[in-house]
Ligand binder design. Structure first.
Ligand code: FAD
Length: 412
């Protein structure tokens, strides 16, 4: 059996390995000069590849049942064992986020590359795929910048469309569409969030501020997520890991044109209620509002929050001004911002959306309507939050798809 794997990311490498181990002759094609370019960037170069507390319900997909079933077959401990057997022991951080013990993504890539070599997978780099066509007599013709290639079995592992400079530029989605497969429109995920334009004055003043904060995502006024961590204010909205975590759910809500808001507590580490501000307003240092905020939060943030609450730093304050104390507490601990969109794909870690799982036949990761075609990784409509969810999906789907491609009975 010959299998042609398109794309040398974690999903393609794993699928190639699994297919070769199941007895197939495998050729892997990659346009970059080296495989695994994006893998090297993962987890800040440390590669968070799975999660002991993986909650399958957090994947955004058109078929939660399919994902649940696949991850039941390939749970975190299986992925940890897969890499351990390649010589990479795990390290657990932040309560179950799993990294290679050396905390170097290069260790994972080196192990995968060595395994591909041991399994005699042929790897051709520096070759761009330009299209995939079905042949009348069965099988596929792969258009490249060089001579076309022919194969009976093809694995689509061309990734998504986030951070195109790593190679995944969304061309895989185009080829899938040309083959007649249904796609959910790709959108940025694990990315910054943009606020409405009417908040521009706020961000003009507050941009560049980084503060610990508690964030609550509201969709149609219902709480849909809570995260805390460092919040970064940008020219047009919000960034930082806590924001990235909420962006998956926010992105879906925005795509469905629902009212999506971020409620922010800028003073997450203590209780800054009306009482607190009433006391602060009575202190000798509290000559004006600028002095009231001094030392509490960064000056730019304070100024921007005051303006948003129709207050000014020069405003004099008086003892026992309960109304003002209430206003300040609300501005600092429960500021609501309406969201308008997501950061660009260039600032996103992944793209959500992709080839609909409803196109797949059973758990083999092959396509019902295109016999001989398989897929794995981010090109499929499965996206998880930060914490190793996306690489877990790449490894799990790669292992399963590679094995199927090498052993499935295909009816053409
Ligand atoms: C900065 C950053 C940090 C991340 N950190 C984490 C993390 O810690 N944990 C986690 O789980 N996930 C993380 N991710 C997400 C993770 O990297 C991806 O989900 C994963 O790389 C997807 O793997 P893939 O094999 O499906 O696709 P990719 O890794 O994108 O690989 C696809 C390959 O196909 C090649 N290709 C595409 N089109 C063509 C073509 N036309 N011709 C030839 N070759 C082509 C590309 O060059 C690429 O090498 C992070 C992503 C980024 C950007």
């Amino acid at each position: 059996m010959k299998v042609l794997v398109l794309g040398g990311g974690p999903a393609g490498m794993t699928a190639a390995l699994a297919a070769a181990r199941a007895g197939a002759e495998v050729l892997l094609l990659e346009q970059n000069e080296r495989i695994g370019k994006k893998l090297l960037l993962t987890g800040n170069g440390k590669c968070n590849y799975t999660n002991l507390e993986l909650d399958v319900a957090r994947y955004d997909t058109d078929s939660p049942d399919f994902v649940r079933e696949l991850i039941k077959r390939y749970p975190p401990k299986t992925i940890i064992r897969f890499l351990e057997e390649l010589g990479v022991p795990p390290l657990s951080r932040h309560g179950g986020w799993i990294y290679p013990h050396a905390e170097q993504a290069a260790a994972v890539l080196n192990a995968l590359r060595a395994a591909l070599e041991r399994e005699k997978v042929a790897v051709r780099t520096g070759i761009r795929i330009l299209g995939i066509q079905r042949e009348k007599k069965g099988g596929f013709r792969i258009r490249t910048e060089e001579k076309p290639l022919y194969a009976d079995r093809v694995m689509l592992a061309l990734g998504g469309s986030a951070l195109a400079k790593t190679g995944s530029d969304g061309s895989g989605f185009r080829y899938a569409e040309e083959l007649g497969l249904k796609l959910e429109a790709p959108r940025p995920a694990l990315c910054p969030l943009r606020s409405t334009e009417r908040e521009n004055p706020f961000f003009r003043t507050a941009q560049g501020v980084r503060v610990p904060a508690e964030l609550t995502l509201l969709v149609d006024n219902a709480v849909r997520g809570k995260e805390s961590g460092e919040l970064q204010l940008t020219k047009e909205g919000f960034s930082g890991i806590a924001v990235f975590q909420l962006s998956l759910v926010a992105g879906r809500a925005l795509a469905e044109k629902r009212k999506t808001e971020l409620c922010i507590n800028f003073l997450a580490d203590f209780t800054a209620d009306t009482d607190f501000f009433a006391r602060r307003l009575s202190m000798p240092f509290a000559t004006d509002l600028e002095a009231v905020g001094n030392g509490l939060v960064p000056k730019n943030l304070w100024g921007a929050l005051l303006r948003r609450a129709a207050l000014t730093p020069q405003q004099a304050v008086k003892r026992g001004d309960w109304e003002l104390a209430k206003k300040l507490s609300e501005a600092l601990t429960a500021s609501r911002f309406t969201l308008q969109g997501l950061g660009s794909l260039e600032k996103a870690q992944v793209s959500a959306g992709g080839i609909a799982l409803s196109e797949l036949s059973g758990q083999s990761l092959s396509f019902r309507r295109v016999p001989g075609l398989y897929a794995a990784g981010e090109i499929l409509n499965v996206t998880g939050p930060c914490g190793g969810y996306n690489l877990h999906w790449c490894f799990a789907s790669g292992l399963s798809a590679g094995q199927s491609a090498a052993s499935d009975e295909v009816r053409i």
